[in-house]
Ligand binder design. Structure first.
Ligand SMILES: NC(=O)c1ccc[n+]([C@@H]2O[C@H](COP(=O)([O-])OP(=O)(O)OC[C@H]3O[C@@H](n4cnc5c(N)ncnc54)[C@H](OP(=O)(O)O)[C@@H]3O)[C@@H](O)[C@H]2O)c1
Length: 323
């Protein structure tokens, strides 16, 4: 079948590790279902996979089809969105706390292909009001943003949230969800285009990256890592929270602990989200009429263009590959 995959990772030149070609059709294990992919969205995780970087304790078994997220159709014709997180079979409760969880494209093949197989519970029937295009971005960036905002931040409507780095998938999701949830949304971006995009999506105020804010905020949402960390910790009010979940610019930071102690800050890490959170997110998107920002839609054969834009930092919302 057609597939976009990584034959052998390349840490220095991830684009060189990307292959657009053919891979074997997957077998469908007992209790799993086969999904014919119609839409699949790109995440920075796919770049990390091309570089051979993984948060798992075992190496990625290459060749590996890329892609965490997708929507598509089951063999019986049911349209579905994919929940990308796979747990040990007997897991109950919060899936993200399972020591054995992984996402598609880490241990099992990913979604940038004609077909993917997933455990039956990971294929969520699409409500009529949710298009497969928009459903295809929810599983990773949007789910993570939902959990950051709803589960981790403790924010109430009316409070001020700062999103570091406006243009990317998680950030645009945070802006749109924050606005829908009644927060006052502030953003930073390296570019004027990023700030324009954020304003169009509903952000109340925008600042160039690193700029001192007019006042401290209730919560900061940081997916950027090294280059924004000091600004994040310095921008939150006493008793506020910094929610961290991404290391796009690096993961080794230096933190002055005294302000953390004196200001009684909470630094909260988070990763992905639960199946229940994914269901709630889908309902929220439908009920609140939120339309996830899709910056680019490309046929899957042209996946390399989408990868290049992400590597070169030209993202404007999510990129979706169609099949
Ligand atoms: N913990 C989790 O569960 C989870 C889930 C999803 C993603 N992530 C992680 O979160 C991060 C963001 O993911 P994403 O898919 O949203 O990525 P993305 O779409 O590529 O977004 C990258 C963001 O970083 C900002 N940025 C600042 N400095 C940058 C630089 N030097 N190069 C590139 N971007 C820079 C960009 O904002 P401006 O251009 O506006 O400045 C943009 O908003 C990644 O590290 C990813 O691995 C974690």
């Amino acid at each position: 079948m057609f597939a976009v995959y990584c034959e052998k990772p390349d840490d220095e030149n991830p684009l060189a590790a990307l292959v657009v070609g053919e891979r074997p059709e997957p077998e469908t294990p007992e209790g799993w279902v086969r999904v014919r992919i119609t839409h699949a969205s790109l995440n920075r995780h796919d770049i990390f996979t091309l570089r051979g970087v993984t948060g798992q304790d075992s190496p990625i078994p290459f060749p590996m089809i890329l892609g965490n997220d997708a929507s598509g159709v089951l063999d019986d014709g049911t349209p579905v969105a994919i929940y990308p997180l796979i747990t040990g079979s007997d897991r109950t409760g919060d899936e993200t706390l399972d020591p054995h969880w992984h996402v598609l494209s880490e241990k099992v093949q990913g979604t940038f292909a004609d077909h993917v197989v997933v455990p039956r519970r990971n294929a969520l029937p699409l409500p009529d009001e949710l298009s497969p295009l928009h459903a295809s971005v929810l599983g990773t960036a949007w789910l993570t943003a939902y959990r950051m905002l709803v589960t981790c931040s403790g924010l109430r409507p009316g409070q001020v949230m700062l999103v570091q780095g406006a243009s990317g998938g998680v950030s645009t999701a945070l802006i749109q969800l924050g606005r829908a949830a009644g927060m006052e949304v502030w953003v930073t971006s390296r570019t004027a285009q990023g700030l324009d995009l954020a304003a169009r999506l509903g952000a109340h105020r925008g600042f160039l990256s690193g700029e001192t804010l007019p006042r401290k905020v209730d919560a900061v949402f940081d997916s950027v890592g090294e280059s924004t960390w000091t600004h994040s910790v310095g921008s939150v009010r006493r008793g506020g929270v910094v929610v961290t979940m991404g290391v796009t610019t690096g993961r080794h930071v230096t933190t002055d602990l005294l302000p953390v102690i004196v200001n009684q800050l909470t630094i909260r890490g988070t990763i992905m989200g639960t199946l229940d959170e994914m269901r709630d997110l889908m309902r929220l998107v439908v009920d609140a009429g939120v339309v996830p920002e899709i910056g680019s839609v490309l046929p899957m054969e042209r996946a390399k263009e989408g990868f290049r834009d992400m590597i070169e930092g030209r993202m404007q919302g999510k990129t979706v590959f169609t099949r």
